[in-house]
Design a protein around this ligand. Structure first.
Ligand SMILES: Nc1nc2c(c(=O)[nH]1)N[C@H]1C(S)=C(S)[C@@H](COP(=O)(O)O)O[C@H]1N2
Ligand SMILES: [Mo]
Length: 299
């Protein structure tokens, strides 16, 4: 009988290779910029010029380390990120503590260059490495009847100097509707420029939802809960008038204190021309998720 070549590779083998590539890029440091060849889905961000690694990692919002843009880079260094696990609970078939390394070994990592838009009207372009949140939720087994996903950031007063101040109700929490969470553009980021994600950007894993304002992308996640009721979100609790549950980038709906019609690209210099902000941050493929909804009421 003639020997026939058979494809024995499974999805797991692909994962292994991606991981290996990621590790290799991490070792190569910024040489990892060559990761561009890995780009899986450029989506609406196709052709975008990423901000520098320095810009992305030195101008941050992570209030657990202070409210200044440079506080996270200065004070996040003490955050213990290994070992790390994520509790997945609520309406799932397999609730439990999932070790971060175990999660990584089962996920397909790829690079996604996404436009990032903050509610304070600044923007960046970031080459994230990450995996689709849908794959993690599917691994845990979403029960029918689940409608929302709630997220929680680690709370470690000993390692987070900013939580002394009640600027927000700690721990930081966020939420998505299940269809938003399952959308292929929604990722859990574990890297930037092919290197492990730095603490100030939300190590070891943080949410990235490119059509929503930056504050939806909750950092250093320790818990994910599937639920049938809309979960509370930190900024909505702090100021419901200014921050809604959906928080979709929308040039037509102004934040009470800032116009959302234009944005300033970080790194463009003080006199750089402001750019028009795009509906859904330019990610038109998500518009169907909101058909029939009044996006001024549901802001
Ligand atoms: N836990 C936690 N997550 C957070 C925040 C925070 O203060 N705490 N800030 C949010 C805001 S307002 C923004 S704009 C983004 C900033 O992400 P970056 O620092 O990677 O640019 O993180 C979001 N995630
Ligand atoms: Mo933000």
């Amino acid at each position: 009988m003639a020997h026939r070549w058979t494809n024995t590779l499974t999805r797991n083998d692909v994962t292994e290779e991606r991981l290996w590539l990621n590790r290799r890029q991490i070792m190569a440091g910024l040489g990892g910029m060559a990761v561009a060849g890995l780009a899986g889905r450029a989506g609406a961000a196709e052709g975008l010029e990423p901000n520098s690694y320095e810009e992305i990692t030195s101008y941050n919002n992570y209030y657990e380390f202070g409210t200044g843009k440079d506080d996270p880079a200065r004070y996040a260094g003490d955050l213990t990120i290994s070992p790390w696990s994520v509790k997945i609970d609520g309406m799932v078939d397999k609730p439990g503590e999932y070790g971060f390394d175990d999660i990584l070994s089962k996920m397909t990592l790829e690079e996604r260059i996404y436009r990032f838009r903050c509610v304070e009207a600044w923007s960046m372009v970031v080459p994230w490495t990450g995996f689709e949140l849908a794959d993690l939720l599917t691994m845990a087994g979403v029960k029918s009847g689940a409608k929302y996903v709630a997220f929680e950031t680690v709370l470690r007063p000993d390692e987070m100097p900013g939580v002394r101040y009640n600027v927000l109700d700690w721990p930081y929490v966020e939420g998505l509707r299940l269809d938003e969470a399952m959308h292929p553009l929604t990722i859990m980021a574990t890297g930037i420029y092919g290197r492990d994600i730095p603490r100030q950007n939300g190590a070891p894993l943080r949410l990235v939802v490119p059509w929503k304002y930056g504050y939806k992308s909750i950092k250093s996640i320790v818990r994910i809960t599937l639920t049938d009721t809309q979960p509370p979100t930190s900024w909505n609790k702090a100021n419901p008038n200014e921050y809604g549950f959906y928080s979709n980038v929308n040039p037509q709906v102004d934040h009470p204190r800032w116009s959302q019609a234009t944005e300033r690209g970080i790194g463009g210099g003080l006199f750089a021309k402001r750019k028009d902000t795009l509906m859904f941050n330019g990610y038109d493929e998500v518009a169907s998720l909101y058909e029939g909804m009044d996006l001024t009421v549901n802001h």
